[in-house]
Design a protein around this ligand. Structure first.
Ligand code: ZN
Length: 221
């Protein structure tokens, strides 16, 4: 079944699925774990809507292209157009929801591309590379600097971060993105992953959470 945005109560969100705009290396400890420098300006990339799948019911990963890493990230659903560099109030007004998500990455493929100085597209935009959970309504979370993101795999907590530790806070990330790409209702922002990334395997049992707001069990099929 094709993906459609929805809220945690099952209500469908009638925005078309758009693009997924992402930031890399937005937590210093994660940048270090992959031996990447901590960026001085946002490192942005886009996943196409075609790679988005829902978290619930399980999801598949490529089995023939090397290591597939999970990156648990706070996802933000955009509900109003944003372009140029919007002010903070405009950004906050445009946020329709928050969800935990997985930015799946073909890490071996990405490492080879990075070594050659080539774009990452095939490591980040393959079918199924963005796994989205249902959204908590935007007005349910007021403090954007204190949103947790936690991933548990087979009973072990692997990532447990907070937006408090982001190098570029959520509003600044969206402002930077809108300065380069106009954002439309139905677009999704991935805000970077905290420390603790690692490989996924078939059969893994996952719990992906915005602690205190939403929690979802899933598995790698
Ligand atoms: Zn990521």
């Amino acid at each position: 079944m094709s993906y459609q945005h929805q809220y945690i109560d099952g209500t469908r969100i009638h925005f078309p699925l758009g693009k997924v705009v992402c930031i890399g290396r937005n937590y210093a400890e994660h940048a270090k774990e992959l031996n990447n420098p901590v960026p001085t300006e946002p490192l942005l990339f886009i996943k196409p809507g075609s790679c988005v799948v829902g978290l619930e019911g399980g999801f598949s990963i490529p089995l023939d292209r090397g290591s597939v890493h999970y990156e648990a990230e706070i996802a933000v659903l955009i509900g109003k157009p944003l372009s140029r560099t919007p002010n903070e109030e405009e950004v906050l007004d445009a946020i329709s929801g928050f969800a935990p998500s997985l930015d799946l990455t073909l890490r071996d493929v990405q490492s080879k591309l990075k070594d050659k100085g080539h774009p990452w597209e095939i490591a980040k935009s393959f079918d199924g590379a963005c796994v989205l959970a249902p959204f908590v309504p935007g007005d349910a979370i007021s403090d954007l600097a204190a949103i947790g993101i936690r991933l548990t795999i087979n009973g072990e907590v692997r990532q447990d971060g907070s937006s408090a530790d982001m190098i570029f806070p959520i509003v600044a990330v969206i402002q930077a993105m809108a300065g380069h790409f106009n954002l439309q209702p139905g677009d999704v922002i991935l805000t970077g992953t905290p420390v603790g990334v690692g490989p996924l395997n078939q059969g893994d049992e996952l719990v992906l959470e915005l602690p205190g707001h939403s929690s979802f069990a899933s598995q790698v099929l």
